[in-house]
Design a protein around this ligand. Structure first.
Ligand code: 5GP
Length: 189
């Protein structure tokens, strides 16, 4: 594979603090737009109930993730919430075909890395209506242990500080409205 695989189609990076509702908004958008392709990231995080290897993520042990790094199999990777997450080169090869709109769900570090490789990409930050609401959503979601909720809330404050680096900010105050706004950005930018 070339170091920077060329792509004529549209690349979109979507980032958000944990609990901002990025997954829900993207699910709505994918239901409306047929030609969206998304990369499946590699992670050392343990699967949540119902998550499957190769669908939500490729789940790896820390040792296996070390090997991916040593083999230069990742285009970017970052420490997020005490775990490691990264984009596999093989995933880029899979999605960068035809006229797909390619969406990457990354953290801020990943966004910077992909932007350096593909300066024409579009970046969107999904923000919660307030930090209090974000914390409530994380607790209600119930998929994270209490100490993880504390860590994710703390990290959210840092991530919110980076929102000015993005081309667009979508406030997820109401799912229908926000997903429509996100869809318009993805289609028309
Ligand atoms: P979660 O554990 O809630 O699924 O995801 C935690 C965070 O990791 C999210 O903010 C998500 O965007 C980020 N993330 C997921 N995949 C990647 C990736 O491939 N690279 C980077 N840099 N961050 C990722």
């Amino acid at each position: 594979m070339q170091k920077n695989k060329k792509y004529q189609g549209r690349l979109v990076v979507v980032a958000a603090p944990s609990g901002a509702g990025k997954g829900t908004l993207l699910k709505h958008v994918r239901e409306q737009l047929p030609n969206i392709a998304m990369t499946v990231s590699a992670t050392t995080r343990k699967p949540r109930p119902g998550e499957r290897h190769g669908v939500e993520y490729y789940f790896y042990t820390s040792e296996a993730f070390d090997r991916l790094i040593a083999e230069d199999a990742l285009v970017e990777w970052a420490h997020v919430h005490g775990q490691r997450y990264g984009t596999l080169k093989s995933e880029l090869d899979r999605v960068l075909v035809g006229d797909n709109i390619v969406i990457f769900e990354l953290d801020v570090q990943g966004m910077r890395r992909i932007r350096a490789m593909y300066p024409d990409m579009i970046s969107v930050f999904i923000a919660p209506p307030s930090m209090e609401e974000l914390k409530q959503r994380l607790i209600l979601r119930g998929t994270n242990a209490a100490e993880d909720v504390v860590l994710r809330t703390k990290n959210a404050e840092k991530e919110m500080e980076a929102q000015h680096e993005f081309d667009h900010i979508v406030v997820n105050d109401e799912v229908e409205r926000a997903s429509h706004e996100l869809m318009v950005i993805i289609c028309d930018s």
